[in-house]
Design a protein around this ligand. Structure first.
Ligand code: SAM
Length: 218
């Protein structure tokens, strides 16, 4: 199995089930032109986030790690007209590109892009939140999860991206702080009575990685 095959299959799956979308494509193009790294979720992953939010009837969403707003657009599109999405981004340039992209997608009224370190911003995010998507610096995943747990309502969902990192997560002795952050996150979840969770590996256009999905118990 190879990256080329994974990309071809992703192209096929997205081609069949995730129709081409001008606003999302424009967001990726503008992000690339602005020099942002190409680390947004893949289209079929963005659609997964959108579907999860719709499945739980999300009206309020928290995102940690905005980049150019690609996943933000997918998530915000799941919201009803009175819904709201708060997204936290450390890099002012990323946030500026995201605001443009989100505005172009017609979602500016639903999305609040806040700039700063997520750990500093999180205490001011008000709950109840229906869905939290954690996709920033992995070393802080345990702290982000803890903060999300304080505001995500019972029955709500917390999704964490990039939890496999090419398989490196299996290396308990890794000296990569991001890997240690992901491993600590899973250890924390395993003893956390307020959530029920699973994690799985994914392959695709974005390589070999994975997602953790936690349900906050009622
Ligand atoms: N969710 C985006 C998407 O799929 O379109 C991708 C997010 S990208 C993987 C991670 C983002 O988190 C980057 O834009 C980075 O600047 C931001 N970030 C990194 N450390 C952060 C921190 N401490 N606080 C807030 N944002 C941070």
């Amino acid at each position: 199995m190879s990256q080329q095959l994974w990309s071809e299959v992703d192209e096929y799956l997205s081609g069949v089930l995730v129709p081409s979308d001008p606003a999302l494509e424009a967001a990726l193009k503008a992000s690339e032109e602005a020099g942002l790294p190409s680390i947004a979720v893949a289209p079929n992953q963005g659609k997964l986030l959108n579907l999860l939010a719709r499945m739980i009837g999300a009206r309020s969403i928290l995102e940690i790690g905005t980049l150019g707003g690609y996943s933000t657009i997918w998530l915000a599109r799941a919201l009803p007209p009175q819904g709201e999405l708060v997204t936290l981004e450390f890099d002012p340039k990323h946030a500026a590109v995201a605001r443009e992209n989100i505005g172009r997608a017609g979602l500016g009224g639903l999305v609040d892009v806040r700039v700063g370190k997520a750990l500093d911003l999180l205490p001011s995010v008000e709950g109840p939140i229906d869905l939290a998507f954690i996709d920033a610096d992995k070393v802080n995943n345990p702290a982000y999860f803890e903060a999300a747990l304080k505001i995500v309502r019972p029955g709500g969902v917390i999704v964490v991206d990039n939890v496999v990192r090419g398989g490196a997560v299996a290396d308990a002795a890794s000296d990569d702080p991001n890997i240690q952050g992901i491993r600590r996150l899973h250890e924390m979840i395993s003893t956390e009575p307020r959530v029920d969770a699973t994690a799985f590996q994914t392959v695709g256009a974005k390589g070999y990685d994975g997602l953790t999905i936690a349900l906050v118990k009622s």
